[in-house]
Ligand binder design. Structure first.
Ligand code: AMP
Length: 573
């Protein structure tokens, strides 16, 4: 099946998903299925095999996770679904997605990958789990050892199959396929379909339905399209800089979820922008008012989901900001079509996180127009612009305001204080800055600058390397052991740039320093060398982490799991 269905045409309920899943999706703020989801979910719900062509960032995880969750039984504790992924990073991401989607259903999800201690995995496998998400090498090991039994497996997903091929896992994947029962459903997802993958599909899938999303290929030539590489937690300040430097009129900011519309709109309002969130929950009459305000220039920015912005026709939109990259190229085309209307030119800016680069390529291919790379304005650009604006304000005041009274005051200041007029004027500029300094002193904006952001760019490559060695040599490499000695030292001295955090998982849960390092490194993109002393007590542990952790990283860690238990991270006194 080839689909070019607009993402906004169908709802998750239309696809036949049960109530607990619909509840989770609405709690997550998902409004509508992406095209790959709309096409795949009904097929998988029917129990058919599926061959899907899609890459990361299109929503493919939910495309298989949601329907497959409906056929599993939480009361039975043996593995019923196995997902194979090329890297530990993806395995963790997919396992987390399963946890999020199934939170109202009571399943246990276990990620297993090389580099993590066997003890923990064995304990969890013994305790019972319905969903296993793993890298091929480690999954093979567990099957060989008899610790992962697949005799009652109902379904199997091969995720990023072409990546598994590229990384030399294809024999392992076939070996695993041969160790699964005859009657099981298979979904195979791959960004490309090289002949080796087609061969696997022909051999192991039975009468699979094909799903490929057909891309629209038209964008208006009146729209300049640019992209900038940023990390997630830099997007807001990057956007604020763009707003300062570019000449904007109305701006529409696109994000992925309802929750994000409110979050981003709140943050922009706090920075003084006239801004409103527009999502599927905003009632029609309210929506009309907001659109009207935007048309009249009483609002500067709308923060919207794809669904909410459907059909928006506002001439004065000068900029479309793709704050979150869209899940499919067609949405991209819909989005940027909100600018460049009524014969005007428009600007479309796309924020891409390093791991979404492939999606950027897909958009460029679909629109048949390469995008211009764009630097986020530097501190010096901002300062030049502010100086220019400031001079303009002075010129306007000189033109339009009766300055006589003020002139007298300045004359008095000059005479009484024995200062020259330039010094007095400079002092006035200083005073007029109030709480916001006129000049930006921050270093220039680069995605790689902040400690907590470093992971994104290099992680995937690193993981690939690790994955490879896992497949070839699947012995446990005990991730985190490098620094283990120093972490275990009693009474280790905390350096000034570190802070102690407490997590609610301790010795009684079977936790070891390596588990904590692995979880924190993966969840918050913190390089393991920045994870300091770890002290394990019976019911909790403490860990030293760099000071000034961004809120987003902290939140992620609060929700993260170690040894099957939520970390519940908090600052330790
Ligand atoms: P994936 O391609 O599965 O890696 O998903 C990319 C991102 O899109 C993830 O952050 C998902 O949580 C998010 N996502 C997936 N489906 C939807 C949807 N229908 N609406 C909003 N966000 C989604």
């Amino acid at each position: 099946m080839t689909s070019s269905t607009s993402p906004s045409a169908i709802s998750f309920a239309d696809l036949g998903l049960p109530k607990p899943l619909l509840t989770s999706l609405s709690e997550l703020g998902y409004e509508n299925p992406s095209p790959i989801q709309a096409a795949s979910i009904p097929i998988l719900l029917e129990g058919k095999d599926l061959l899907g062509q899609a890459q990361t960032g299109t929503g493919k995880t939910a495309a298989f996770a949601l329907p497959m969750l409906t056929s599993l039984d939480p009361k039975k504790s043996h593995p019923q679904l196995l997902v194979l992924a090329p890297t530990r990073e993806l395995a963790i991401q997919v396992a987390e997605a399963f946890q999020r989607y199934s939170r109202n259903m009571g399943f246990s999800v276990l990620p297993i990958y090389g580099g993590q201690s066997y003890d923990n995995q064995l304990r969890q496998l013994k305790r019972g789990t319905q969903i296993v998400v793993g890298t091929p090498g480690r999954v093979m090991d567990h099957i060989r050892r008899g610790t992962l039994k697949l005799d009652q497996l109902q379904a199997l997903v091969l995720d990023e199959a072409d990546e598994m091929l590229r990384m030399g896992f294809i024999d392992d994947v076939e070996w695993i396929l041969k160790h699964t029962p005859q009657e099981r459903q298979i979904a195979l997802f791959s960004a490309t379909m090289p002949k080796e993958i087609q061969k696997v599909a022909n051999t192991y899938l039975s009468n699979p339905e094909h799903v490929k999303i057909e891309n629209k290929t038209t964008t208006a030539s009146t729209i300049r399209q640019r992209f900038s590489l940023v990390n997630n937690n830099q997007k807001l300040s990057a956007f604020a800089r763009v707003l300062e430097v570019e000449e904007t009129e109305g701006v529409i900011v696109f994000v992925r979820t309802k929750l994000a519309t409110v979050d981003v709109a709140d943050k922009l309002s706090a920075r003084g922008y006239r801004c409103q969130a527009l999502n599927g929950d905003v009632p029609q009459n309210q929506r009309e008012k907001v659109v009207e305000k935007m048309k009249r220039g009483q609002l500067d920015i709308l923060v919207a989901t794809d669904v909410a912005a459907r059909g928006l026709d506002i001439d004065r939109i000068s900029h479309v900001i793709n704050f979150d990259i869209p899940l499919d190229t067609e949405s991209y085309i819909h989005r940027i079509g909100r600018t460049g209307r009524a014969g005007r030119t428009g600007e479309a800016i796309l924020f891409v996180t390093p791991r979404e680069r492939r999606l950027l390529n897909a958009i460029e291919r679909a629109t048949k127009s390469p995008m211009e790379p764009m630097d986020i304005p530097s501190a010096s650009d901002i300062n030049k612009k502010r100086a220019l604006n400031f001079k303009q304000r002075i010129a306007d005041a000189v033109d339009k305001v009766d300055l006589e009274r003020y002139r007298q005051l300045v004359t008095e200041c000059i005479q009484e204080g024995d200062h020259d007029p330039e010094t007095i004027a400079a002092a006035l500029v200083y005073i007029s800055q109030e709480t916001k300094p006129l000049f930006e002193t921050e270093k220039d904006f680069k995605p790689s600058e902040r400690e907590f952001d470093r992971g994104d760019r290099s992680r995937r490559d690193r993981d690939r390397g690790r994955g490879k060695s896992n497949a070839r040599d699947s012995r446990d490499s005990a991730h985190g052991n490098r620094n283990k000695k120093s972490r275990d030292r009693k009474g280790s001295h905390r350096s000034e740039d570190m802070q102690a955090y407490r997590i609610e998982v301790g010795r009684n849960d079977g936790v070891k320093p390596g588990n904590i390092v692995g979880a924190i490194a993966n969840e918050a993109d913190i390089d393991s060398k920045h994870i300091g002393h770890i002290k394990i007590s019976d019911n909790y542990s403490t860990v030293d982490l760099p000071k000034g952790m961004p809120k987003a990283a902290f939140k992620k860690l609060q929700k993260a799991y170690v040894c099957g238990k939520p970390m519940d991270l908090s600052e330790s006194e």
